[in-house]
Design a protein around this ligand. Structure first.
Ligand code: ASP
Length: 326
């Protein structure tokens, strides 16, 4: 196993073991591996955004291969690479040969042939990152594959909770909204349950199935019922772009039953954390006053996204490579 004591004495990165070149999902990570990423990320998060960092990714080139829209994820991967001294290339799917019929695998192989070390991919097809990982020499990082997984989102959500609560063990975390189509929900379920949190999935019956209980989570259809028990509320966006049919009569009705608003906040624990992966739709899953209020850690999540992505890139591109893993 790689023992990377790191060149970062100023940063005090821990000595870690890490064998994976790819990060495809949290389902496949052990509790120990998740703790390792969070531990490294928490060290990066302690460094002010303007302070210099050692060039851990010097000589490494990372391609952002995004086939779906993104604001936070794409930008924070790019910032993470640059802050650690690497090169990042932003691939424009709409301006590429994909529009001429090239497959995603041929596109990725073509990019790899130019000498890239990692591909960060977002694609609407579940399993697209796995396909690349099986066929490329480069590291593959999943930045969201359809409704399947979004591992770095869940890691940054967990890091944010840890910073405020110290531990995930025994906390009650509700994921509220469009569970059926949310990759954020899936990755959070794997990560949170593995680290000992109690997860409640809450939303309309058309978007949350009782079948999820098989994963060791609780399912509820009433936000008002579960509210007083929750330490954390993670408010998920309704993923209209993934839905074939309308899952509830109107957005207004959804907001009436599931939006986090000031009245509901009064029924919650005094120190409840309000989270959202973004983009947020003000007035749908969360009202503006709650999104901008004192319980909200939504922008802290965004800040932590850079630290988590630095940790993942360093572990997969540097630590795992030292260990000579395939
Ligand atoms: N940004 C997150 C994602 O890409 C959540 C969302 O889009 O609602 O899955």
């Amino acid at each position: 196993m790689a023992q990377a004591s790191s060149q970062l004495s100023a940063l005090e990165l821990p000595s870690v073991s890490w064998r994976r070149r790819h990060l495809l999902g949290l389902e496949e990570l052990s509790a120990e591996e998740i703790r390792t990423v969070l531990e490294v990320a928490s060290r990066f998060a302690q460094v002010p955004a303007t302070a210099p960092l050692p060039e851990l990714l010097q000589g490494k080139t990372v391609v952002n291969l995004f086939f779906e829209d993104s604001t936070r994820t794409r930008t924070s991967f790019a910032l993470a690479v640059r802050r650690l001294g690497g090169e990042v290339i932003d691939f424009q799917a709409s301006a590429s040969s994909l529009s001429k019929g090239e497959t995603i695998l041929d596109t990725a192989r073509t990019i790899e042939a130019m000498g890239v070390d990692a591909v960060v991919i977002r694609h609407r097809t579940p399993g697209a990152p796995h396909l690349l990982a099986q066929n490329l020499q480069a590291s593959v990082i999943n930045a969201g594959d359809g409704p399947h997984e979004h591992p770095t989102q869940a890691l940054l959500d967990m890091l944010t909770i840890l910073q405020h609560r110290g531990s995930l063990e025994g906390l009650t975390v509700a994921l509220v909204g469009d569970i059926a189509h949310s990759r954020t929900a899936r990755s959070n379920i794997w990560g949170l349950t593995r680290l000992g949190a109690h997860v409640i999935l809450c939303g309309p019956a058309t978007l949350v199935s009782r079948r999820w209980e098989a994963l060791g989570v609780e399912v509820s259809y009433s936000l008002d019922d579960i509210l007083p028990r929750c330490d954390v509320l993670n408010l998920l966006r309704i993923q209209f772009e993934r839905q074939q049919s309308r899952p509830f009569p109107s957005v207004r009705e959804y907001a009436h039953l599931y939006a986090m608003n000031r009245q509901r906040l009064e029924q919650a624990k005094p120190n409840v954390l309000i989270m959202a992966p973004g983009p947020i739709n003000r007035g749908v899953e969360i009202t503006a006053d709650v999104a901008d209020g004192s319980h909200s850690v939504i922008l802290k999540q965004v800040t932590n996204g850079v630290a988590v992505r630095m940790a993942v890139l360093w572990l997969c591109l540097c630590v795992a490579q030292q260990d000579g893993q395939p």
